[in-house]
Design a protein around this ligand. Structure first.
Ligand code: ACO
Length: 318
């Protein structure tokens, strides 16, 4: 499979910032428990007029600008989300209309929860190969705040809203190295999405924690094996930001803790948006440089997991 390089990144956050202290006024919790057990200090919730769709559009515009591409130069659009405004049309199709992305190209949403952004990259690579074209827009965006049971302290403190978008360009010089997997089960459920009645996230946190610390190192090793690389060749590892303790545990197991990036303190768990939000912050902090190799890994409801090797080369080729 022909590879992809990441050439642009963008993000959007809603306007309402919610701290741990704010949540302690709603449920029986406190800043010490949340920050020690999860690493989260604040998250953002959509306000009136903001939604998964508006966040995704704003993030996608910034990613296109960063890549120095016009919407009509995009050949495939994938949006990863579990919190779209409508079951249909897809967020991706509405984004296509809003940005003026051309017709006769593949445009669709995928649901692989927190692994969705990386499933999206693999899907985009396959579609570019099958349908032709050079540039793919892959977006992860969520409004999880509308799916949360604000009386359940074991879940409502964990999640936040946001969107991250990346533009990829086909790269004939490299193969796409990914590892994708899934195991059907009900350890994480989101009920009734798309129905008018309330939809809530329910999660067996302890089971998911055990699953994550097992699958992340396996997935990272599988991608490195496919690429013929070791941790010495990797510049950064970006894990889905679900719990700082999960990331720290895996970082130690992989023997290179300094390469594992964390920004969960700022946004909480934003599901499909979490990996592109991390890539965005790294880029803005000057940590991402052309030629670097980033190993990204996600896991989530499904259960699903995905690892991918990302080659960084910002700005589209002439
Ligand atoms: N504030 C205060 N106390 C709390 C809170 C809270 N917000 N939540 C739970 N507690 C209490 C519990 O009631 C329990 O009290 P008890 O000992 O008196 O019974 C105690 O804290 C410990 O509870 P645990 O559930 O064992 O806490 P744990 O340390 O395992 O942390 C957590 C829970 C944060 C959910 C953790 O298990 C986790 O991060 N799991 C993984 C979640 C994940 O990665 N999800 C990703 C996918 S999400 C998706 O795909 C949409």
């Amino acid at each position: 499979m022909t590879g992809l390089k990441m050439i642009g990144i963008g993000r959007a956050l809603p306007s309402r910032c919610v701290t741990n202290d704010d949540l302690s006024k709603i449920v029986d919790t406190n800043d010490a428990w949340i920050s020690e057990r999860t690493g989260i200090r604040r998250r953002y919730y959509c306000a009136d007029g903001e939604s998964t769709n508006t966040l995704i559009a704003a993030a996608a515009r910034e990613a296109l600008e960063c890549a120095r591409l016009q919407p009509e130069q995009i050949d495939c659009v994938i949006v990863a989300t579990v919190s779209s405004n409508y079951a249909s049309p897809s967020v991706a199709c509405l984004l296509q209309a809003e940005l003026g992305i051309r017709e006769n190209i593949p445009v669709m949403d995928i649901n692989a929860a927190c692994a969705g952004f990386l499933f999206g990259i693999a899907t985009a690579a396959g579609l570019l190969q099958i349908c032709g074209g050079r540039h793919a827009l892959v977006v992860g965006g969520e409004q999880l705040s509308r799916l949360m049971d604000m009386t359940d302290r074991s879940t409502c403190v964990l999640f936040g809203d946001g969107a991250g978008a990346a533009v990829f360009e086909r790269d004939e010089s490299a193969d796409l190295c990914v590892d994708l997997g899934s195991r059907g089960g009900m350890d994480i459920q989101i009920e009734g999405v798309g129905r008018p009645d309330p939809s809530y996230i329910k999660m067996n946190g302890n089971a998911v924690f055990r699953f994550a610390v097992g699958v992340i190192p396996d997935c990272l090793n599988a991608v490195m094996d496919k690429a013929g690389l070791t941790m010495d060749d990797i510049d950064w590892v970006v894990c889905h930001q679900a719990n700082a303790r999960i990331i720290d545990h895996c970082a130690k197991k992989m023997g290179a803790p300094e390469k594992f990036y964390k920004n969960i303190d700022r946004y909480g768990n934003t599901s499909a948006a979490s990996i592109p939000l991390a890539l965005y912050d790294m880029y803005k902090e000057g940590l991402l440089k052309d030629g670097q190799k980033v190993l990204a890994v996600g896991f989530g409801a499904g259960l699903t997991w995905a690892g991918a090797l990302l080659n960084i080369h910002m700005g589209a080729s002439e």
